[in-house]
Design a protein around this ligand. Structure first.
Ligand SMILES: [Zn+2]
Length: 254
């Protein structure tokens, strides 16, 4: 999903009126700060975000863009085999397509987060449209899982100044980014994904994908196989894998 970051920033750079207002040099600087603040996982410019587990022995695996009947059921079985809980950031329209699968994620004890209704880049939307994206996703998850999600992740990790207010109005779920990723958002062999996860350490929130925001049944077998490879190895290295609910993370976010 993050493959679209550069495009989002480029769009900002070509806004026609900004150079006239600020001058070319100032515009570039302002756009640079905006882009950094909007997309960098570590940026706190548009409100606090959570990036680490707060426990040097705990890794939080987070799976975005599902539920996906092509991969999520096998992933749930794999996590059960290892008595491991993760966090799933669900897209509302995918929950509406597969409500039983969304309910199954919750029933198996995993944490669930709001990943919006249609997966738009929120920094480009009005507060009213962001409210609607969050509200509809909350409603879909509540109908399928029986509770409102406690966590929120913006699509593409892309935030703007209007996001914190919208999140507050829709229940104030903490905004969760990440400190490690596997660049697993397009079909590929498992080997490079396994290789990238080598960098995950205790304390990391790891960005992974069991779904695809562009389609209901995305190919995420590489992610499944990479997690299958790493779960026993992380355990042998003394790490525990925990959901955000299990970690009981609270503000202030870091
Ligand atoms: Zn996503």
């Amino acid at each position: 999903m993050l493959a679209q970051w550069p495009g989002a920033c480029e769009n900002f750079f070509v806004m026609p009126n900004l150079p006239a207002l600020l001058g070319a040099g100032a515009a570039c600087a302002a756009a640079g700060v905006f882009c950094w603040g909007a997309v960098a996982p570590s940026s706190q410019l548009f409100g606090p975000t959570l990036r680490h587990t707060g426990d040097s022995t705990a890794i939080a695996l987070t799976f975005d863009d599902g539920p996906n009947p092509a991969v999520t059921p096998a992933l749930l079985d794999l996590l059960d085999e290892h008595r491991t809980r993760a966090t799933f950031f669900l897209i509302g329209r995918h929950v509406r397509a597969f409500p039983e699968l969304a309910g199954e994620i919750a029933a198996r004890g995993h944490a669930i987060g709001n990943h919006t209704e249609t997966h738009p880049p929120l920094a480009l939307l009005s507060p009213r449209r962001i409210d609607a994206e969050l509200l509809r996703c909350n409603e879909a998850i509540e109908a399928a899982a029986g509770f409102r999600p406690r966590w929120m992740r913006p699509p593409f990790g892309f935030r703007g100044p209007q996001l914190p207010g919208a999140v507050r109005r829709q229940g104030g779920a903490p905004v969760v980014m990440w400190s490690a990723w596997a660049r697993d958002w397009k079909p590929q062999p498992a080997a490079p994904v396994i290789q990238r996860l080598r960098h995950a350490r205790g304390g990391d929130i790891v960005l992974l994908h069991d779904g695809d925001h562009r389609t209901l049944r995305g190919d995420r077998r590489h992610t499944l196989e990479a997690v299958r490879y790493w779960l026993p190895r992380w355990r042998d290295a003394g790490m525990r894998i925990a959901s955000l609910d299990e970690l009981h993370l609270r503000s202030p976010l870091v």
